[in-house]
Design a protein around this ligand. Sequence first.
Ligand SMILES: Cc1cc2nc3c(=O)[nH]c(=O)nc-3n(C[C@H](O)[C@H](O)[C@H](O)COP(=O)(O)OP(=O)(O)OC[C@H]3O[C@@H](n4cnc5c(N)ncnc54)[C@H](O)[C@@H]3O)c2cc1C
Length: 378
Amino acid sequence: MNEQPPITRQAGLKRLDAFLREGAADYASMRNFDRGPAPRATTSALSPYLRRRLLSEQEVVSAVRSTLGEDAAEKFTSEVFWRTYFKGHLETHPAAWSDALALAAAGRERLDAEPGLRRAHAAAVEGRTGIDAFDAWARELVETNWLHNHARMWFASIWIFTLRLPWALGAAFFMRHLLDGDPASNTLSWRWVAGLHTRGKHYVARAENIRRYTQGRFDPAGLDENRRALDEDRPPREAPLAPADAVPAGDVALLLHLDDLNPETLPIARVRCVAGLLAHAEDAAEPVRMADRDAMRDGLEHAARRFGCPVVPRDEGWAGDLPVVTPWAPLGPSAAALPAGVLRIRRRWDEAAWPHCGRGFFRLRSAIPAVLEACAAR
Ligand SMILES: Cc1cc2nc3c(=O)[nH]c(=O)nc-3n(C[C@H](O)[C@H](O)[C@H](O)COP(=O)(O)OP(=O)(O)OC[C@H]3O[C@@H](n4cnc5c(N)ncnc54)[C@H](O)[C@@H]3O)c2cc1C
């Protein structure tokens, strides 16, 4: 992830191709190893493209299954469905997102009021805690806008249970710097590490596990491996999934946003003009904003080519009398910034998967064949 090319569909397809040739076959056995900011990752590094849907979950899963065969692709397929699961889960537990934002705001107020906490937080985000692995990951995140999944798990666990910092400030730190920063995957992963998502079951970062899966790069001292899971008074309640709108029969204006920049595969045909809604994550670092801008430009160009229509600035009256259609924006900055009256349409993938995401992941995992079949039947 060091020399990050512009985040475009073309770059994503190139990354997918490299993964199919070089990494996919070893994915299941190697994916837990974190080699650090080395040129060859043990995972696909496709998340910046999937997060913005420059590549769709469906095409990535389908490419890996075609290359490896269904059985050998099982682990990768199920990891992609973790992303789908978190999206669907947050849609039906919106308080998990609003609570995280409120907790982060409260945490920032505490930083202003409590010098001890402020010092501990500054040492953590600047990589000065004295825990070798943690400090290296804090710097790696800020410098490369990336961390391996296992490093994210260890980092979040040390943040919460060893450094005893507020978890929502850690989640906000990730959202600020990660190139794939995603309200659902990030918030719910932090909650999962803390023992709030699967209540009472938390993830403990162990020194031995870190030594092993970083192949001896680190030897972290002073980890608290015995803390209990966090708890909360009011866990987020389940809410019904909001219904999507029907696709209008005639001409439409298309509004693209950062959660879905894959206009070619939208179930619409008659688009007269397209505009973009660029709503970054709150406080996003400049490399993340740049990636968002590159991705948006690319999505708009693809839409203009696909529909033979102009890209127009989103000023007042940009759509004229046409109905405005947008791909579904899951909870997060894009959804919050969508103007009223826009018709929100959902893809088959989300429509088939999200009803299985209300509880734990394993319900969705059992439904993976049915979801894939529903999408293939199009
Ligand atoms: C504390 C914490 C915070 C995280 N924050 C984010 C985030 O903001 N955005 C984000 O996209 N992912 C997040 N993840 C999930 C995961 O770490 C990344 O998706 C993964 O590291 C991306 O690397 P990759 O593309 O090489 O993944 P691969 O292993 O190659 O997997 C392929 C794709 O499957 C999906 N995926 C894989 N693992 C997970 C997972 N555990 N949860 C959800 N989706 C997964 C991703 O879309 C990924 O691109 C977080 C995990 C933790 C523990």
